[in-house]
Design a protein around this ligand. Sequence first.
Ligand code: TYD
Length: 135
Amino acid sequence: MPIKDCKIIELPKISEPRGNLTFIEGNRHIPFDIRRVYYLYDVPGGAERGGHAHKALNQLIVAMSGSFDVILDEGGEKKRFHLNRSYQGLYVCPMIWRELDNFSSGSVCMVLASNIYEESDYYRDYNEYLAVIKK
Ligand code: TYD
């Protein structure tokens, strides 16, 4: 799937004087079923996460609190997304290299994923990844 399919998805937001509520239903608001949720937190200033691509995994990345950047590429130009709203998610399709940086203090990065954790789904070596996508 090409990088142009990776985009910010606006999620439903119910705003009331007593607070906001956002919800996400698999295959309705995002184009996959949710089989796993994980989150990054207590990320030290200056740290970088990611640095890999997935063979088949679909993901939605949401800044639940604070902010951070997600940098996507598929061997060409890098696209940087600044996430700082809990009612927006970045959809990342399979075979896209991603890096995350610029975490604000106290930020929480939640990831919804289409499958359980499988190390065999990862490309962790950028050159190996490039060789596969340029075939
Ligand atoms: P990794 O995917 O490299 O983290 P990030 O992309 O945020 O930098 O995962 C870090 C470690 O956590 C690695 O040893 C694999 C493990 N892990 C799991 O066991 N289950 C999971 O669902 C995830 C996402 C990671």
